[in-house]
Design a binder for this molecule. Structure first.
Ligand code: CMC
Length: 429
């Protein structure tokens, strides 16, 4: 008997099975041989929310949740955030290696040349109400892009995949900024290709009547670091959505729109907006104990705390917190930061959080920095979606090249009525 195996005895039949263990996992399809008789479907795994199920192999992102480790393609996120540009990390995540100077120049050139969106997209945006939430606008306009590029449906055409990858990475900041400008009633600002990826985004967000927008280098670098930290996070809810939609061979625009929709929820990327609203609701440091009592009583959630995978400090939160200290030394501390620091310290000293291993996640401090950079609260989740598009695309490309993948199709345990005869309406009580 191989040591790398699991021996299972079915007490219903007394039969014993040996299931191979590879990479620390058993194949749940191996359970199907475990049957009471020939008519039996076989044993399935039941795992709502995929808490203990690996649905893919991946070479993109490594997380050790117990130790608080995050690496992309083997590089610690701390080193990437400290040394690289966003487009450099995007190249790494998408293609597997850091680019050399020539590859980087070509990559930057490709992105810069796809930043414009079709003029019809502008008229499409005009259809939204004046006060539409920018995340709703973004999700719908990414889906709409699919109609502009029908060749994107050829998901096994390598040339098309490369082109759509570049288009999506390049156009996300444009569409995000347009969504904001629409929600403010401001005129749209076209991309300025003299600027960096991040600098150009700031230009499209904030340029008013000046001839040339000059991004503040501190703001530009701060945003770049935040975007690097949000670039990918392996099989989270939105990435799983991207892979689920991609598994039906739908085009990448509708798949990214679906992933962005999954991101928008308050338990995922929508949390950063909720953190700021929570801090505003708490209002002052004196109100923290009462708020924590409500959280412990199950009346509220401490937004920006807790994570499915990290049962230790989220390494991204640590970098953002350190960075917040540096940034606020220059700009001066805001009342929000004071509340957040005190809230974190008190929560970490409470039994409730210690017992459940709840630590600040990436969203706890990111909103405070976005706010200091002048980004409005309703744009926070959009700010998450722009860099995460790179991760979604990398995961989608990996899926398409993975011979083990098929259309995603979980099983269910049917809990309903098994069979009954139709009753005409006149005879129903
Ligand atoms: N505040 C209070 N209690 C919490 C929190 C929280 N933020 N998070 C988890 N718990 C409790 C939860 O009530 C449960 O307690 P009990 O065992 O007594 O029922 C226990 O901790 C385990 O929580 P869970 O809900 O089973 O954990 P999960 O892995 O299903 O959820 C989570 C993970 C991130 C959705 C959750 O921690 C949460 O809702 N956090 C707040 C929202 C948030 O910050 N989301 C951003 C996540 S990181 C970035 C991203 O993914 O976009």
């Amino acid at each position: 008997m191989s040591q790398e195996s699991l021996t299972v005895t079915d007490n219903r039949t007394g039969k014993t099975y040996e299931l191979p263990i590879t990479d620390g996992t058993i194949r749940t399809m191996d359970l199907r041989q475990i049957k009471v008789d020939d008519q039996d479907f076989g044993v399935m795994g039941y795992d709502t929310a995929f808490k203990n199920t690996a649905a893919t192999r991946s070479k993109i992102t490594f997380i050790d949740g117990a130790k608080g480790i995050l690496r992309h393609r083997g590089y610690p996120v701390e080193q990437l955030a400290a040394n690289a540009s966003f487009l450099e990390v995007a190249y790494l995540v998408l293609f597997g290696e850091l680019p050399n100077a020539e590859q980087y120049a070509q990559w930057e050139h490709d992105i810069v040349h796809h930043t414009l969106v079709h003029e019809n997209l502008r008229t499409f945006l005009d259809g939204f109400r004046y006060d539409a939430h920018p995340m709703g606008i973004l999700i719908s306009s990414i889906a709409a892009l699919s109609t502009f590029y029908p060749e994107a449906k050829n998901v096994f055409d390598p040339e098309s995949v490369e082109l759509q990858t570049r288009r999506l990475v390049a156009k996300m900041p444009t569409m995000a900024a347009f969504a904001y400008r629409h929600s403010m009633g401001f005129p749209y600002v076209y991309p300025d290709n003299d600027l960096s990826y991040v600098g150009n985004f700031l230009n499209m967000m904030f340029k008013m009547t000046e001839l040339k927008y000059k991004p503040n280098p501190i703001v530009e670098r701060a945003l770049e670091i935040l975007w690097i930290l949000h670039i990918d996070h392996e099989q989270n809810c939105s990435t799983t959505t991207m892979r689920g939609i991609g598994s039906s061979q739908a085009d990448p625009y509708v798949a990214v729109a679906g992933a962005a929709a999954a991101l928008s929820g308050p338990l995922h990327g929508g949390a950063n907006e909720r953190v700021l609203r929570m801090l505003a609701h708490i209002g002052s440091v004196e109100n923290i104990p009462a708020y924590l009592k409500r959280v412990e009583a199950g009346e509220e959630r401490l937004m920006g705390f807790g994570h499915r995978v990290y049962k230790n400090y989220d390494p991204r939160a640590r970098i953002i917190k350190d960075f917040a200290h540096q940034l606020f030394e220059v700009t001066g501390r805001t009342p929000m930061l004071n509340i957040a620091l005190e809230l974190e310290e008190r929560a970490l000293n409470e039994d409730y959080f210690a017992k459940r291993k709840l630590y600040p996640n990436v969203d706890f401090y990111s909103g405070i920095i976005y706010q200091a950079l002048g980004i409005p609260t309703n744009m926070f989740t959009v700010m998450f979606a722009i860099p995460r598009t790179v991760g979604w695309l990398a995961q989608w490309r990996e899926l398409l090249g993975d011979p083990e993948q098929k259309i995603a199709r979980p099983r269910q345990i049917y809990d309903g009525i098994m069979l009954r005869d139709f009753v005409p309406m006149t005879e129903r009580s």
